[in-house]
Design a binder for this molecule. Structure first.
Ligand code: ADP
Length: 178
């Protein structure tokens, strides 16, 4: 009925890297193509399903596990799921891939240098982290393990959002043909 191949497009990267911006633009594009999508991000997950979780390593792991389980259910329902979470630990991303199923999991590394993320600082969080008002902040006092073999790597420095959306959609088209 949906005439599409369900999949999870898992965006990972530092805070301010551009995950939400890309996810929103990608969702808008896919919808314009008649595709059925769902976007999971901190705003709709951290406030509800994961409201009991903080930012310790264990809580981050549990947050990603729950997101992966929900993404798996949406894939089961036939949707193209886009997730936008820092997901800083390689181990947790590997778990997400295993939960969803490797055939239906596309890891997208939104590769933006820390200095650029900090310059953008869209939510003022880096500034707060530098002043010690936010702790365990990825890139400042909590690590980000960059993916070594993401399915797609996009660079937001020097590329327009629409170019990145095209890069991802072309990958999806190649995959659907293959
Ligand atoms: P994240 O979800 O990774 O924390 P956001 O999408 O909330 O990041 O913020 C990224 C910021 O970077 C936004 O203010 C966005 O406008 C800006 N930006 C600049 N260039 C790009 C680009 N090429 N792709 C995505 N975001 C970009």
């Amino acid at each position: 009925m949906k005439a599409q191949r369900p999949v999870v497009i898992w965006l990972t990267g530092l805070s301010g890297a551009g995950k939400s911006t890309i996810a929103t633009a990608l969702e808008r594009y896919l919808c314009s193509q008649g595709q059925h999508t769902y976007l999971l991000d901190g705003d709709n997950v951290r406030l509800g399903l994961c409201e009991d979780l903080g930012f310790s390593d264990a809580d981050r792991e549990e947050n990603i596990r729950r997101v992966a389980e929900v993404a798996r259910l949406f894939v089961d329902a036939g949707l193209i799921v886009i997730t936008a979470f820092i997901s800083p630990f390689a181990r947790d991303r590997a778990l997400a891939r295993a939960v969803v199923g490797p055939e239906q999991f596309i890891e997208v590394f939104v590769d933006t240098p820390l200095a650029e993320c900090e310059r953008r600082d869209p939510k003022g969080l880096y500034s707060r982290a530098r002043r010690g008002l936010v702790t365990q902040f990825t890139g400042i006092d909590s690590p980000y393990e960059a993916p070594l073999c993401a399915d797609i790597r996009v660079q937001t420095l020097g590329s327009a959002v629409q170019d990145i959306v095209r890069q991802i959609s072309e990958y999806l088209n190649r995959r659907n043909r293959g």
